[in-house]
Design a protein around this ligand. Structure first.
Ligand code: FAD
Length: 116
């Protein structure tokens, strides 16, 4: 692993950013207000224009045009983000993640209790 006191490379930045994004989606309201829905849509729009990896940002902008953030509930947002992450996983020939288990990974911990 990289020296943690050095600037982030693309992979380090990626895994930390996914951690933030999935955790944010995990704590998005189950019944968001119209303002919260609008804000979350804007967040991803702005995020996709400033993410500090140029190829990543360009591709993410394209993907959210095709499939805009599903901001109707915590579950829909987390599922959408999981699908977006899987698109990147496929592009990088990484394993895809089972999106039925996204709340176990990022919110509640695995059902086997291994995070308790
Ligand atoms: P990561 O992919 O960073 O995943 C971190 C953890 O998230 C995994 O250990 C797993 O537990 C969990 N996870 C994996 N898949 C999912 C999922 N679908 N849903 C929920 N949780 C999941 N890199 C490039 O080289 N080219 C790109 O174009 C590119 N685009 C990116 C776009 C964005 C918006 C972001 C945030 C990152 C991008 N990256 C890109 C970085 C890349 O996605 C990885 O973060 C990086 O390769 C490090 O991978 P990793 O193996 O540490 O796991």
């Amino acid at each position: 692993p990289q020296n943690p006191e050095c600037p982030l490379d693309k992979d380090e930045l990626g895994s930390k950013t996914w951690g933030f994004l999935h955790t944010m989606a995990a704590y998005y309201p189950e019944n968001p207000s119209p303002q919260q829905k609008q804000d979350m849509t804007s967040f991803f729009d702005v995020f996709s224009r400033f993410y500090p990896c140029e190829v990543c940002a360009k591709d993410f902008q394209k993907e959210i045009k095709i499939q805009p953030p599903k901001v109707d509930s915590q579950k829909s947002l987390s599922k959408w983000l999981c699908d977006m992450h899987n698109i990147v996983n496929v592009k990088l020939s990484k394993k895809t993640f089972d999106c039925n288990r996204v709340n176990e990974r990022w919110k509640d911990g695995w059902v086997d209790g291994s995070c308790d």
